[in-house]
Design a protein around this ligand. Structure first.
Ligand SMILES: [Zn+2]
Length: 315
């Protein structure tokens, strides 16, 4: 049994593994590397969706390598932010169907997902000077490896540039209920990261996530050392709410007709849907011109699932 998370008791210059009790029978794993020297606190989460594994591995790896004696500031990480979803291997919680990335600020008296959000927001976010939420495309989707941020926050923008992902996505707004919007409500600059997903970990993505955490710690001054510039290959701008993506209207077998980051015009064919006899039963078209930033890569689709998302290129 891990000791209960207690920031005040986590001594300077030490690493520790803790359990943060949400309620009876439900606790979040928390890894702490408290620097020997004072400085900012970087809070990192992964596993907010239970089928996104890159960030979990990156946190485990970074935790092993950090030396608290050389740190001016601290890392607090919750690698498995939604344990019921993680142990079920699903995006949402099997206990209440909750999507932890949609329910912030949460509710201590609500279902397990609401309670996790509330606990995270009350116990961990207030300790943070900067927040990083590691996602990926999960089992069903495909997304480019990217870092996203809210355009209205210069500190978040600086962190996004430092992170070093191959794609940077700038949003004019972040939908409510997200981890990053909960951080912003507390005045904590936040970033989120996406990657290829597919229920496995691509080594290139793992390298970006791992190095990104360390680069961000250097950017914040927690780690010493110069930050070599790593400009993105592509800059995106526009809405990042996958709930607003082109949805499936019925069950079927999806054949995408576009590739990730492919430029499309409004009305272009994105994909076709077939029944089990191979008959075409639906097709999907781009609602606007832009580039493809999300594809439902698993052929089996369910009604209401987002299949494609189109966003813009930055100037
Ligand atoms: Zn996610």
């Amino acid at each position: 049994m891990m000791p209960e998370f207690d920031w005040e008791a986590a001594g300077a210059g030490r690493k520790g593994r803790y359990a943060l009790t949400v309620r009876e029978g439900l606790a979040l794993p928390v890894l702490v590397v408290r620097g020997a020297h004072a400085g900012p606190v970087l809070l990192v989460s992964a596993g907010v969706h239970g089928d996104e594994y890159e960030g979990i591995q990156a946190i485990f790896d970074v935790f092993e390598t950090l030396d608290p004696d050389r740190m001016h500031g601290s890392l607090i990480a919750t690698p498995v932010a939604n344990p019921p979803a993680f142990w079920n291997g699903t995006r949402v919680s099997p206990l209440d169907g909750g999507n932890l990335a949609r329910v912030f600020p949460g509710d201590a008296a609500g279902g397990p997902t609401q309670a996790i959000a509330w606990c995270f927001g009350q116990r961990l976010l207030p300790l943070a000077d900067f927040y990083l939420d590691l996602h990926s495309a999960g089992v069903k989707w495909l997304m480019p490896t990217l870092v996203g941020y809210h355009a209205g926050d210069p500190a978040a923008e600086g962190g996004a540039e430092a992170f070093g992902a191959p794609v940077i996505w700038r949003h004019e707004s972040i939908a409510p209920g997200r981890t990053v919007s909960a951080a912003a409500a507390r005045g904590v600059p936040g970033l989120y990261v996406e990657g290829r997903g597919a229920g496995r970990i691509h080594p290139d993505d793992l390298a970006v996530y791992r190095e990104g955490i360390l680069r961000l710690m250097r950017h914040l001054g927690i780690l010493e050392g110069a930050l070599a510039p790593r400009p993105p290959r592509l800059r995106l701008a526009g809405d990042g709410n996958i709930d607003e993506g082109v949805p499936a209207r019925q069950r079927g077998f999806l054949t995408p007709r576009v590739e990730l980051l492919q430029p499309v015009g409004a009305g272009d064919l994105l994909g076709t849907l077939h029944d089990e006899w191979g008959r075409r039963i639906d097709e999907f078209h781009a609602p606007r011109a832009g580039v493809v930033v999300l594809i439902h890569a698993c052929p089996l689709v369910e009604p209401g699932e987002p299949l494609f998302l189109i966003t813009g290129l930055a100037e």
